[in-house]
Design a protein around this ligand. Structure first.
Ligand SMILES: NC(=O)c1ccc[n+]([C@@H]2O[C@H](COP(=O)([O-])OP(=O)(O)OC[C@H]3O[C@@H](n4cnc5c(N)ncnc54)[C@H](OP(=O)(O)O)[C@@H]3O)[C@@H](O)[C@H]2O)c1
Ligand SMILES: [Zn+2]
Ligand SMILES: [Zn+2]
Length: 352
């Protein structure tokens, strides 16, 4: 084992602070990565503050971070896909059984024995896994991704969660040219959904509660922008969407969006608010609408998404911060005050 530096939270109410974390020495199939950037996902905030305690309670100390980009420092003897010095990325998962039907289908996100990058039992060291707000991490080769060399690294990091979480349902629900697609909430996930849906050729409509984000939405690739608090603007789109992706982190009225679906239209929720959301069943019945959720994406699909983003020059719009500003960044993220993702420059951890 070796010691890595990290930022960790000791409780749901304590700020993140510098800590030492033990990492395993790479075993034969492992890759040791020096972390260069880690995005701040709203899930990190939910988890650090124990907002998902009814489903996945947080174990403290908690070291969040699952939007990791770095350089390979060491590889195990059986690793074939990476060598020291290569760029490497890690998303929300670090392990699975690789033998169940879900794994064999490349859908590791549904594996009953899947290990998330943080706050899940660590099969190697005991305790729980610790994430990417750290200078180093060791991950099985199967869960390490290749970053296209043309992408800016700080902006590529958020692709590892926000990118795949939006790319996967857009693909699953057949978003292509000629489809009318809504994106609800222009945050970290939402702004990447806009870029990806635009690159897929769809007609993209952004729904935002922040009128000040209108120009950005158009610049990012939206064809239209609706301020969702304006019911007149909302009604103009009634019954017209093939697909709507809802990436809102807080309580809100999803029935207002179900009404906007056309026949057989689907609303997929990727945002994960703390409290349940009421659903109008009649809103689903009339129009044969469907309502779905979607978690991240499999490893093969994550690589496909990275390659797609490489080909289309897609990265997140990031505000790069030193890790010492992480608590301030959390306060701002809670108020939807970030354009559009914080990316931590891990070089800042060296000065701690
Ligand atoms: N399903 C998955 O696998 C998965 C993966 C990653 C993240 N998530 C979840 O997805 C959600 C979004 O994550 P994120 O990192 O994109 O968060 P984020 O950057 O904070 O974006 C959330 C956006 O939601 C909108 N919003 C916030 N509060 C709102 C309210 N009270 N009413 C209506 N809209 C509101 C805001 O957009 P506007 O200003 O445009 O209104 C905000 O920018 C989080 O709950 C996160 O945990 C799920
Ligand atoms: Zn995430
Ligand atoms: Zn499995």
């Amino acid at each position: 084992m070796y010691n890595a530096r990290a930022y960790s939270a000791r409780s749901a109410t304590s700020p993140l602070a510098v800590a030492t974390v033990e990492r395993r020495d790479p075993t034969e199939h492992d890759v040791q990565i020096e972390i260069l950037f880690c995005g701040i996902c709203h899930s990190d905030l939910h988890q650090v503050r124990n907002e998902w305690q009814s489903v996945m309670p947080t174990v403290y100390p908690c070291i969040p971070g699952h939007e990791i980009v770095g350089r390979v420092a060491k590889v195990g003897s059986a690793v074939t896909g990476f060598k020291p010095g290569d760029l490497a990325a890690v998303g929300c998962m670090v392990d699975s059984d690789r033998t169940c039907p879900e794994c064999l289908a490349g859908l590791e996100q549904f594996c009953p024995n899947m290990t998330l990058t943080y706050n899940m039992p660590d099969k190697h060291l005991g305790g729980v896994t610790y994430g990417g707000y750290s200078d180093s991490v060791v991950v099985n080769e199967h869960f390490v991704l290749h970053v296209p060399s043309n992408l800016n690294l700080a902006g590529a990091a958020p692709l590892l969660c926000a990118g795949i979480t939006t790319y996967s349902p857009l693909h699953h629900w057949g978003v292509t040219k000629g489809k009318k697609v809504g994106v609800v909430g222009l945050g970290g996930l939402g702004h990447l959904a806009v870029k990806i849906a635009h690159a897929l050729g769809a007609h993209v409509v952004v729904f935002t509660t922040s009128p000040g984000k209108k120009d950005d939405a158009l610049r990012l690739g939206a064809d239209e922008v609706v301020v969702s608090r304006n019911s007149g603007e909302m009604q103009k789109h009634r019954g017209s969407f093939n697909f709507i992706l809802d990436a809102v982190s807080a309580e809100h009225d999803i029935n207002a969006y179900i009404q906007l679906l056309g026949r057989d239209g689907n609303l997929t929720i990727v945002g994960a608010p703390e409290k349940p959301l009421p659903v109008s069943v009649l809103g689903l019945i009339f129009g044969r609408h469907s309502l779905s959720g979607s978690p991240i994406g499999g490893i093969a699909e994550t690589q496909q998404m990275l390659d797609f983003c490489g080909a289309h020059g897609i990265t997140a719009e990031v505000e790069v911060i030193p890790i010492q500003k992480v608590n301030e960044a959390y306060e701002r993220l809670a108020k939807a005050d970030v354009k559009y993702r914080f990316s931590i420059d891990m070089a800042s951890l060296k000065s701690e």
